[in-house]
Design a protein around this ligand. Structure first.
Ligand code: NAD
Ligand code: LMR
Length: 441
């Protein structure tokens, strides 16, 4: 079997160690020759890189491993770029959350004004990675799961239409894991789904058991209408914040009960509820820094000091295997059916053909072949039209350096009550993002 050379961009990410363990555990179907980490923050990446070097030496000495901040070194001779960068890091994510909240609006990583601010930072970072890949490894593919995926994907469609970039999100994968548990299945891979929407903004229209064709929607509807996506056997696998998000799916489901919803509709359909349950002095960033970042970086430092990872507490990032599914689909032409963020192009018949939509695709060596999802109902379509306009306006604002387009984008979001509030949020976001955004005139 062909051995692959992979670079992980955003090497200093809190997700890197467990993704590396996942890649090693999947070598049976996706063998590696070389694994590199790339980041533009040498200090942050070294924390992760030093520990991963020990893990690699002990568990996969046959794979050449290195970490670097030099794009040429990182991107030369690779087959895949796996990209999970966070432009502006947690310092800026914190402001994305706290600035809108100050004006009584949802402050969230990818939803609402905070997500737009993050989008304005991410576009340039992701385009730069594509340029490096195309310069140093023109035959490589980029599997991008840097957020906010909807805005990044629209920027790729507009500015890099011929690049080999696939935008994918782990949110549907995570929810499908929960659905499988609720239905008593061992794995989400036992299900076959139909889904339509935008990233972090979509619905499952059909879920059947692959081997028998059994319709699983009745079980899921019954369960979600009472408990959201919560299930007793899943309780230990999430923190309090995610617990409330999975529970709130019950109320999200009630307004569109023919389909199973993505959990992030909570932010768009219940913004007042979200704001009243937020603490501006301690937002999700603070939770992630006190939780995942402390845990991961603490363990990395411990491994580096001990000089061994034999007793490491890192676990294989289980559901991240979707990244290997995608890489294998391309490398081995497996024809795997996966949800990807792709140009609509008629797949949702009564929706903008130029929208980047999240839909099932058959993936092979030439990339994704989207499936036809047909007509969608007015309620769902209306919500999507408003949200896709937001995402397109943000990309317009970035390309044109337009203050007006960014003001329109924030004004258009369901999470913002008025044009006046939108302006206040925008002016404060501009001040905070001076180092990262193009100048808006
Ligand atoms: P993190 O801050 O821990 O790591 C991100 C790394 O990216 C940092 O080390 C940072 O220095 C680096 N970086 C920033 N800008 C860069 C650039 N221009 N070039 C190279 N490196 C750069 O963040 P995290 O919490 O681990 O999340 C990483 C990313 O993955 C985020 O975009 C997050 O939203 C995303 N994510 C995506 C999914 C998904 O499936 N779509 C799931 C979880 C997280
Ligand atoms: C979050 O806020 O939960 C996201 O950053 C994703 C994660 O896993 O923490």
């Amino acid at each position: 079997m062909k051995k692959h050379s992979v670079v992980i961009a955003g090497g200093g990410s809190t997700f890197t160690p467990e993704i590396i363990l996942m890649l090693l555990s999947e070598e049976g179907r996706f063998p590696l020759s070389e694994l590199k980490l790339y980041d533009n923050d040498a200090e942050r990446q070294a924390i992760v890189g030093n520990a991963c070097a020990i893990i690699m030496k002990e568990r996969a000495p046959h794979v050449k491993f290195s970490f670097t901040t030099d794009p040429k070194e990182a991107f030369t001779g690779v087959d895949f770029v796996m990209a999970h960068i966070r432009v502006g890091k947690y310092e800026m994510r914190s402001l994305d959350e706290k600035i809108p909240l100050k004006y009584g609006c949802v402050g969230q990583e990818t939803c609402g004004a905070g997500g737009m601010a993050y989008g304005m930072r991410s576009i340039g970072g992701v385009l730069e990675l594509i340029d490096y890949m195309e310069k140093y490894s023109p035959n490589a593919w980029m599997l991008n799961y840097s957020n906010p995926a909807a805005i990044v994907a629209e920027a790729c469609r507009r500015l890099k239409p011929n690049s080999k970039v696939l935008n994918i999100c782990d949110m549907p994968v995570g929810i499908e894991d929960f659905m499988a548990t609720i239905c008593g299945l061992k794995s989400r891979k036992e299900m076959q789904v139909r889904y339509f929407g935008l990233n972090h903004f979509g619905w499952w229209t059909s879920i059947i058991e692959k081997s028998t064709g059994r319709d699983l929607m009745p079980i899921l509807k019954e369960h979600v209408s009472k408990h959201g996506y919560l299930h007793p056997s899943l309780e230990g696998h999430m923190d309090a914040d995610w617990h409330s998000t999975y529970e709130k799916a019950r109320d999200v489901f009630a307004v569109s009960p023919n389909f199973m919803p993505n959990t992030y509709f909570k932010y768009y359909l219940f913004p007042d509820y979200v704001v009243s349950h937020s603490d501006i002095n301690y937002t999700r960033t603070d939770m992630v820094r006190d939780g995942r970042e402390k845990r991961v970086f603490g363990e990395c430092r411990r491994i580096t000091e001990a000089g061994t990872a034999k007793d490491s507490t890192f676990e294989v990032g289980g559901h991240a295997t979707y990244i290997v599914d995608l890489a294998c689909a391309i490398s081995n032409n497996t024809g795997e059916r996966m949800l990807l963020i792709v140009p609509n192009n008629g797949s949702i018949i009564n929706f903008d053909p130029t929208a980047m939509v999240e839909i099932p695709c058959i993936v092979g060596c030439n990339g994704p072949e989207p499936l036809v999802m047909g007509e969608i109902p007015r309620f769902n379509k209306g919500l999507m039209e408003q949200q896709v306009a937001v995402e397109k306006l943000v990309v317009d604002a970035w390309i044109e350096g337009s203050y007006l387009k960014m003001w329109q984008a924030i004004s258009m979001s369901r999470t913002v009550p008025s044009v006046e509030v939108a302006k206040k949020i925008l002016d404060e976001l501009i001040e905070a993002n001076k180092k990262y955004w193009p100048e808006l005139k």
